[in-house]
Design a protein around this ligand. Structure first.
Ligand code: PA5
Length: 463
């Protein structure tokens, strides 16, 4: 089971000014109880699908059946954006080899290579299409709403390309979308595309444990059932538990206190393996879109938000750490520690007799990673900079499933502590409307006009 070590967030270690005190925690006990109650009520209303998906393992059998029926496929190309792309990317990076696509087929166990189309970028699109063998590729088109411009733009280009390069285009497309609503569901029905549903009560950034992540997982040989079991074990362990027995709620409460009482609202997630760096990116979206809100649920203007930062150890010890140690006292750092890397390398003898180098000989690379991480914890502690660790026993499906659910629950609880809605993203809608207006989408003419009158710049401010 993953564990949460919050020693260096506490007053005993970093002092009462920067650390969490007993009084701080007393002052939020009532809020924490209210958060538990709100989660209970929303779950009872059927709104919190993300807490239920780990128990719905039936979908995995459907995905496996489909995967077994497409032995001709050796590449998956995923089209999506935001929650519809970051979760699958995080899974692939955490649970597949770092050089997965570059491995020879036998070393990949003849599993599919995978590429992601999650931006609007002609340079990237050109390169991706030029490199793909479309005849052996399945395109996973993922959009909960079906209406996302970036995804649909990429889908349009890819669909045209597939049609030009293969006969039976429909067999190359699998859609993952809302079970009933949206234009992607409609065209899926009309075209007869194979499709898997995203439960309607699961939002984009909370959807990695639905077909959004699981279809790709199966094609990469990731054991989805164990991933889901891992996530379920976190719900079983923490759901409804009181503050000091509920690690996701406790970490949410710490972040809340650090913000409102100690002016620290930059939250760094710092794994010590590249395999979890994209995971930190997934979390960055989860935390930012969920918690950055102008209004609370009562309509009061609150303008809350915690700024998530993804860092990577040991690299960022030589890039960001100086700032974290001596810059503004505004950061809370959470390390992702791996207890067992599943491998190690012992450094060979290295210029024996030269004391600047030969101390490395015979030492373990895995241990060096651990020493560096612990040294970073300690220097932060000595500078009274709060830091905690989530400790993973290993990098496997169970631990990753646990980590996903831990961070999803933590994010939901944090939203409740701020009395905001962590599941919507109202502000980004206006930018989408302007884009629709500029693309002259019917019904959005007024936004084209508003854009033209609003987007004004003075030439003399541009050098
Ligand atoms: O978390 C969210 O809801 C968003 O980030 C969405 O995932 C993103 O906007 C993509 O939306 P969709 O899946 O509807 O294409």
């Amino acid at each position: 089971m993953i564990r949460f070590d919050y020693n260096y967030c506490m007053e005993e270690h970093i002092g009462a000014h920067h650390g969490i005190t007993a009084d701080d925690m007393k002052s939020i006990t009532k809020k924490a109880d209210d958060a538990l109650q709100r989660m209970e009520e929303e779950k009872a209303k059927g709104l919190l699908g993300f807490l239920q998906v780990p128990y719905d393992t039936g979908i995995v059998d459907d995905i496996k059946k489909f995967k077994d029926s497409v032995g001709w496929c050796n590449t998956i190309a995923l089209i999506g954006i935001g929650g519809s792309a970051l979760g699958p990317q995080a899974l692939k990076n955490a649970l597949a080899d770092i050089y997965w696509n570059e491995l020879p087929d036998e070393k990949r166990g003849n599993k599919c290579k995978v590429y992601f189309y999650d931006n609007v970028d002609p340079l990237e699109m050109h390169s991706l299409l030029a490199m793909l063998d479309v005849s052996r590729t399945i395109f996973l088109v993922i959009s909960k709403s079906g209406g996302t411009t970036e995804t649909n733009a990429n889908f349009a280009i890819v669909l045209d390309y597939i049609k030009k390069h293969t006969g039976d285009y429909a067999k190359h497309i699998v859609t993952i979308t809302d079970p009933e609503k949206g234009i992607l569901r409609q065209i899926t029905r009309e075209e007869g595309f194979v499709s898997f549903p995203i439960p309607s009560n699961v939002g984009g950034r909370f959807s990695v444990l639905t077909a959004v992540g699981l279809v790709l997982a199966e094609f990469l040989g990731i054991d989805s059932k164990i991933l889901l079991q891992g996530a379920a074990s976190i719900v079983d362990r923490y759901y409804g538990k009181s503050l000091w027995h509920n690690a996701p709620l406790l970490n949410a409460a710490f972040h809340y206190v650090f913000d409102v009482k100690k002016n620290k609202r930059i939250n760094v997630l710092m794994p010590y393996t590249r395999r979890l760096f994209v995971f930190a990116d997934w979390y960055r979206q989860l935390w930012a879109e969920s918690l950055g809100k102008r209004f609370d649920i009562y309509g009061n203007e609150v303008k809350v938000g915690l700024t998530p930062v993804a860092a990577l150890g040991t690299i960022d010890q030589h890039s960001q750490l100086q700032l974290y140690l001596e810059g503004p006292d505004d950061k809370v750092i959470t390390f992702l520690k791996l207890e067992d890397f599943g491998c190690d390398i012992i450094m060979p003898e290295f210029y024996k007799g030269k004391s600047e180098l030969d101390y490395l000989g015979g030492k373990s690379l895995r241990k060096l990673n651990g020493f560096e991480e612990q040294a970073t914890e300690l220097v932060l502690k000595e500078a009274s900079r709060p830091n905690a660790s989530i400790i993973l026993p290993g990098l496997d499906e169970r631990s990753v499933g646990q980590l996903i659910m831990f961070l999803e629950m933590q994010t939901a609880y944090a939203g409740y502590l701020y009395n905001i809605n962590p599941y919507d993203q109202p502000a980004v809608e206006q930018g989408k409307r302007f884009t629709f207006g500029l693309l002259q989408r019917p019904g959005y003419n007024e936004y084209e006009q508003k854009f033209k009158s609003g987007y004004q710049k003075k030439e003399n401010y541009i050098l």
